[in-house]
Design a protein around this ligand. Sequence first.
Ligand code: UDP
Length: 484
Amino acid sequence: MIFLPFLAPGHMLPMVDMARLFSSHGVTVTIITTTFNAAQFLKAIDKDINSGHKIAIHTVELPSEETTLPQGTENFTTISSLAMAGNLFRAMTKLQPQIEQFIKERSPHCIVSDMYFPWTVDLALSLGIPRLVFHGCSYFALCCMDTIKRYAPHTKVTGEAQSFLIPGLPDEIEIMASQLPDYVRTPGGYTLLLDHIREADKRSFGVLVNSFYELETAYADHYTNVTGNKAWHIGPLHQSIKRDTADKAERGNEVHVVEHGCLTWLNCKKPNSVLYVSFGSLTHFTSAQLLEIAFGLEASGYPFIWVVRKEETMPLEGDEMWLPEGFEERMMENEMGLIIRGWAPQMLILEHPSIGGFVTHCGWNSTLESVTAGVPMITWPLAAEQFYNEKLISKVLKIGAEVGVEEWHPLIQAHGYLVTRKKIEKAVTQLMGVNEEAKERRKRTEELGEMAKRAVEEGGSSHVNITSLLNKLRLMQCHVQPVG
Ligand code: UDP
């Protein structure tokens, strides 16, 4: 099987986990990516090879000279403007001939492609092999996207601030028009790409979903019934492979755990007492927003670990300071807070028993990692499909408290919308408190965490699913002939 991940951690991390999972089931696997991206997971793959798995990486070179991208810009984490994002997209598109040639020479039995490579469907069809597609999001979000595309309910409201019911879902879910992506409200080039992706999904063998049946039962069924696409949920992927501490610490980065005093710091804290604050791999906040977060966290009085992306700690010219005077020293002295600049070992942090809550942007990986660790969330969606995930977390599963964001913004750009310190303090107190509502929320999350772990164990729903998919694929090898 060939795996072709997209060049951003939110898609690449689960897809590499997925490739490792398939190879642990005896499949011969090749992951295709660029040299810079390969370096992020080389060690883990080497370990898998040493333990007998048939897994390899094939590297391709991004044609950066044609796209004016600075050397080494091979992942969306290093992108700082929408123009650069467009360039990286174009460079990625130019990989097609290299990748096609490699795949044709290798003649695999199956291609697992990220959604952002819709052309792989034609390649797979011409080779007479199945193409499986990976979107990286929840069934819930897939259902929301599908129904909003079909019925365009947002076109029937009078203003951006108006809420409407997302039609046809198993639950009554309301959303504000302003919480929908701009490419839904005002169709453009990206909307056309998404249409092309949907069309490629239809012609594919099926969809692989990083989720588990017990988490989104109604939506897993709804998705396949409404779209007619076959789908296999095989997650949570980060939990589905056996990993030691180093493997967890290095997931997505080469940083080793010993470099992170945060775990030692957490060891001295009471169970469920610390808040983890992180907004994924692509968020750009303004200094004004970072200041509000700092004030809000301090006012709440709960200890915290706060991950700030390196780019955000270097304010643009004319921008304000991003931390209140003496904040970091004060937090360190009182042992109240720790700031991580750059990449945090998120899996290890969330699994630590002292972590009692997660302020999250509702990226699907972060959401699943929080659920698996049994950690309830404060939902702070920003971009992509994150507002849908917020509804799943807070309204359907009831394992999160909303901070109250009302406006969607494009990824990459810093957000003008400000969540005030008061709102942050209120949400933290709500989540970390010990009232009945907070206790119920925690209990529900812990129960789901147990289900998540069981799902990927032998006999669990995701384990059964991957086994039956592999059986189907193996049978197909005997029957399918190339087209044309
Ligand atoms: N992540 C991490 N350390 C960080 C930031 C992110 O390990 O400092 C990981 C996180 O555990 C998750 C992924 O990066 O697996 C981010 O994916 P998600 O879908 O949550 O958000 P995105 O970055 O795509 O917005």
